[in-house]
Design a protein around this ligand. Sequence first.
Ligand SMILES: *Cc1c(COP(=O)(O)O)cnc(C)c1O
Length: 371
Amino acid sequence: MERDPAPVVDRVFNFSAGPAVMPVEVLEEARDDLLCLPGVGSSILEISHRSPAFDRILGDTLGILSDLLGGSADHEILLLQGGASLQFSMVPMNLLRAESTADYILTGTWGTTAARDARREGRVHVAWDGASTKHDRLPAADEISLSDDPAYVHITSNETIQGVQWKREPHVGTAPLVCDASSDFLSRPIDLARYGLIYACAQKNAGIAGVTVVIIRKDLLERAGDGLPRMLDYRTFAKEGSRPNTPPTFAIYILGLVCRWIRDVKGGLAGMARHNAAKAQLLYDVLDGSAGFYAGHARPECRSDMNVTFRLPDETLEREFLAGATARGLVDLKGHRSVGGIRASVYNAMPVEGVEMLRDWMLEFQRGRQA
Ligand SMILES: *Cc1c(COP(=O)(O)O)cnc(C)c1O
């Protein structure tokens, strides 16, 4: 995948929260091979999900993914559909028994939604909720109140809308830790041994919409009772190698290309994390040096390397800022409607050049308003 960058003059810098910017190298490879996969004679879009060619693609994708994550004999990687949102229900369906309680730590909109959906499946205990300060921070260790012997403890590693990210996992005793990692999956190394289950849709950081990665500790596979619909039971996907039916073949192919790009071009997850931290820091330095002109939503110790959220002094200035950004080819910076302000999503594939241009625009805009 080391290829010369083709001219991409019409491409803007896309700060969308998801589906989000993709590595140009991955788009180029997919484009070059779209009519005909090398040695196959057909497009990835046309081949059977049981064909040897797709066997290879699925095997490669799972292999590289497992290598990136450090490999774990205790965990199984499953590829599902239905987005992260289906996992809000599948996790409790599979892991929450009738007589037990699941604990949720709510650090933003997505975790709150996950808990809401879990309540339809069983008993939920909110172990902490940051709503009173608009989810601008993480809990301190002594603020988390777990129930007795929870079936699992659910966190959202990166709250995409608020821009709040866990820097390390909370201590949850012996309970399995379940994590929605949708918006920071493959952005940094992860210690799988600490997790019972991790899920992530691909379209933020790891590819395109259509495939959701679930990494589950093998002993938890047996937790589900009988009677779940077959396609909502993790065991079905484990037994059938993620192919109980037609999987999202193109999305899996792209996930494989992105994993290879992270491994071969970005230096694996450790290299990826360094790039990401450096990019986000460029913007946080502007916030911190702006004497309050740019006011970050997340508290400094909790802020995300993926979604940088901030406000300007008023909404008129925000509109002017966004219009000027768009004119410079810096697009999709409007914050989520529930939080307002600006959100710069600087996922894996956002080039540092895009972040530097945004930084320069922020500095120029503030100078212009305060001259
Ligand atoms: C985007 C996102 C979701 C929702 O993902 P879908 O694939 O649209 O269901 C859930 N959780 C987090 C943290 C997200 O960023």
